[in-house]
Design a binder for this molecule. Structure first.
Ligand code: NMX
Ligand code: MLT
Length: 426
């Protein structure tokens, strides 16, 4: 048994009993109220989901199992996956065991997945290629096999973990293949077993990396995007689909389809485009005045300024700060980085003038693109694939935890508009 499975097996019975007893005792207690505004406003602020892997206080940003994300910026993504699942960081042996497990699994990626990607038009969006690849691998699901064979509810989490680890091991290989295929970068690059999970992904992407800083960026990128509590579109979708006992391949590919939306993960592809447009328009790094004018024009044309605002956060996203600091260390002279830094000075002030915008501050997507661009990854449409490789850790760990405590099928109640109007009139 892997050390990760062992660690989970040790804590799951107690967690299950604790939640069961807690709900039995306090299930009828009222913990909030629902307004008509929330029902019509994307359920913002409604505390009606459980997520133990991470939380996002509006005034602090991402906290993973009690640790602020800024304190995890130097950790490896594999450590974060362990942390998300188990609740503590792994020791040296546990980390080595997980890394060896992922490497062994990566070798078992079925070849047919490459044939499926090859059969797609080469100009399909890379996110569509990735979602299709994860979905087609559903054939490998241990959860579905176990379910069909009549497995008992209390062991659902075991094949959920098995499927999750396979997806986590396979997704960098698939995603690197998509990059090289979609952008004509040449043949697939074989994995290097001497490297860690994110370092290996950087290696398989094949961008020149003489300083090793691109691999460092990938490590940081994977840590920062790993999870963002349970209510964001991708996590929520994955969770909802998983609650029907659809296996992790179905649930995670569904979540990734949500991540592909421009208001969610696709904002990272939009964001650098916006920054580079300003450089083009003003024939070089724009001044603060020019940026303010351009941001205002964007708003006036009815578009959003990508990379700014958030449904939960009310401060500068600490993930943005971590990328900003990486850029300041690695490429302070880079024009795109400098423009991003200048946008950060100017855009919040512009957005603050718009009363309806609740959060004028940058989110995670505002700074990642310029760093990728600096290292020669200039294909914007690929950026959300990077986000996806990382976010698999959050979605998968949330699925494992939900199956472990036996969360039921998600089924909130909807009502017609007329009903809400009658409530308002009461
Ligand atoms: N630029 C222009 N308008 C904005 C922005 C922005 N950056 N942020 C919010 N607004 C608008 C928003 O469109 C809405 O307008 P309307 O009522 O006309 O529909 C209004 O302000 C109120 O929105 P909020 O309550 O502040 O934000 P909400 O929770 O609805 O949406 C986002 C959150 C993230 C979807 C929104 O801020 C946005 O569209 N930002 C730009 C896209 C982006 O960066 N998304 C990435 C999020 C992070 N991620 O990676 O997933
Ligand atoms: C995320 O990382 O999922 C985004 O910041 C969106 C969110 O949390 O709503």
């Amino acid at each position: 048994m892997s050390k990760l499975k062992e660690a989970l097996a040790k804590q799951i019975p107690a967690m299950r009993n604790d939640i069961k007893a807690f709900v039995k005792e306090h299930g009828e207690k009222v913990i909030g109220e629902l307004t008509i505004g929330a029902a019509f406003g994307g359920m913002r602020g409604l505390k009606a989901m459980v997520c133990d892997t991470s939380e996002v206080p509006p005034d602090k940003g991402l906290i993973i199992r009690g640790i602020p994300v800024k304190d995890l910026a130097g950790n490896l993504p594999e450590e974060i996956f362990w942390l998300l699942c188990v609740g503590t960081l792994p020791n040296k042996e546990e980390l080595a065991d997980l890394q060896a497990d992922l490497k062994a699994r990566a070798k078992k990626l079925p070849d047919y997945v490459f044939g499926v990607i090859d059969a797609m038009p080469v100009d399909s969006h890379p996110m569509c290629m990735l979602d299709t690849a994860i979905l087609v691998l559903e054939r490998e699901s241990e959860f579905r096999k176990g379910y069909d064979a009549g497995m008992k509810k209390d062991v659902y989490w075991e094949p959920t973990l098995e499927d999750s680890l396979n997806i986590m091991a396979w997704i960098p290989v698939i995603s690197a293949y998509i990059y090289r295929k979609a952008f004509n970068k040449g043949a697939r690059i074989a994995a290097n077993d001497g490297l860690d999970w994110a370092g290996n992904y950087a290696h398989m992407l094949g961008l020149p990396d003489p300083t090793g800083e691109f691999a460092n960026l990938m490590r940081l990128y994977m840590v920062l995007h790993s999870d963002h509590e349970g209510g964001n579109v991708s996590a929520h979708t994955c969770h909802c689909v998983g609650s029907a006992l659809s296996d992790p391949y179905y649930a995670i590919s569904a979540g990734l389809n949500g991540l592909a939306g421009p208001l969610h993960g696709l904002a990272n592809q939009e964001c650098l485009g916006w920054v580079l447009e300003t450089i083009k328009k003003f024939d070089g790094a724009p001044t603060e005045e020019q940026l303010a004018k351009y941001a205002q024009e964007t708003l006036d044309s009815g578009k959003v300024v990508p990379g700014y605002g958030h449904a939960v956060l009310r401060i500068t996203d600490p993930r943005f700060d971590a990328f900003h600091a990486f850029g300041a260390r690695v490429c302070p002279e880079d024009a795109a980085y400098q423009t991003v830094a200048r946008v950060f000075k100017v855009v919040p002030e512009v957005l603050k003038q718009v009363q309806k915008i609740k959060d004028p501050w940058p989110n995670v997507d505002a700074a990642s693109g310029c760093l990728l661009y600096h290292f020669g990854m200039t294909e914007f449409s690929y950026y959300t694939v990077l986000f996806s490789v990382s976010r698999v850790m959050g979605m998968a760990s949330q699925l494992v935890v939900a199956r472990a405590w036996g969360e039921p099928i998600e089924r909130p109640k909807s009502m017609p508009t007329e009903w809400f109007k009658k409530q308002a009139a009461k």
